[in-house]
Design a binder for this molecule. Structure first.
Ligand code: SF4
Length: 73
């Protein structure tokens, strides 16, 4: 099982993840940061299980994040 892990605290709200993968991400109207849709949040770290078909795209997004706070395990 693959997972996307988002260290949300350091998000700068650039919107790259949301623009490239809107099925997994949305931008918070409250604080302008990205939020992993249906992610399980613990201490500002969000984790979401993803299907095999979403892994390559998620890895691209992780590499594109300017502050490198997205990991794919
Ligand atoms: S790409 Fe990274 S910094 Fe930009 S909104 Fe997404 S998580 Fe935040």
């Amino acid at each position: 099982m693959h997972k996307v892990i988002h260290y949300r605290k350091k998000c700068i709200g650039c919107g790259v993840c949301y623009e490239q993968q809107p099925e997994l991400w949305r931008m918070s109207k409250k604080d302008g940061k990205a939020t992993l849709i249906r992610g399980v949040v613990k201490k500002e770290v969000s984790v979401l299980a993803i299907p095999e078909t979403a892994v390559d795209k998620s890895r691209e997004i992780a590499a594109a994040c300017p502050v490198r706070i997205i990991k794919v395990s």
